[in-house]
Design a binder for this molecule. Structure first.
Ligand code: ZN
Length: 182
């Protein structure tokens, strides 16, 4: 089932999300629905707050269409290491149409639980590392433009509010994805 996509600056996107405590069927359904929603929006990652659920989980699939899926769910994740500072052109399903170069890291070690509650570790580089950190920051109530320098950030926020936000509202009217604006 496609889920509603919450668009910046919806307040749920700036809340610190709550830990997941129950590993039940409902959680697995949520993960499946999040995956469907992410693929429909052509994203490489999606965090629960972006679909209106303030819980600490996200999914990532950094494979291209020709490659086998690398879809994985990360529940109650912890960043164990971030290394190799890099500038990356990031975008976000909650800020559709907006891409900016921001500071991030190209080497990450993450620890998280899977949908059954089992703990695992993953070492990631390049796009995978960037996507993991991007999604992780959604759980702490932050979006990628928060990583811009203050002056740039306020310009981008103005540009977003004035130009992109309104056109997003129009663009998504006739698509399968339903966007929640406020
Ligand atoms: Zn995002």
């Amino acid at each position: 089932m496609l889920l509603d996509l919450y668009i910046y600056p919806h307040p749920i996107l700036s809340k610190v999300a709550e830990p997941v405590t129950e590993f039940n069927k409902e959680l697995k359904t949520l993960v499946e629905d999040m995956a469907e929603t992410m693929y429909e929006g052509l994203g490489v990652g999606l965090a629960a707050p972006q679909v209106g659920i303030s819980k600490r989980l996200f999914i990532v699939d950094t494979s291209t269409q020709e490659e086998p899926s690398t879809l994985k769910v990360y529940i109650n994740p912890k960043i164990i290491l971030k290394d190799d500072p890099v500038v990356w052109n990031e975008g976000c399903l909650s800020l559709p149409g907006l891409y900016r170069d921001v500071n991030t890291f190209a080497h990450v070690i993450i620890e998280a639980q899977d949908a059954d509650g089992n703990t695992f570790r993953e070492e990631a580089r390049e796009l995978r590392a960037v996507a993991l950190l991007h999604e992780y920051s959604h759980l702490d109530g932050s979006v990628f433009i928060d990583r811009l320098a203050p002056i740039k950030r306020s310009l981008v926020k103005k540009h977003w509010a004035k130009n992109v936000y309104k056109s997003t509202e129009k663009t998504y009217k006739d698509t399968k994805l339903h966007c929640v604006f406020e």
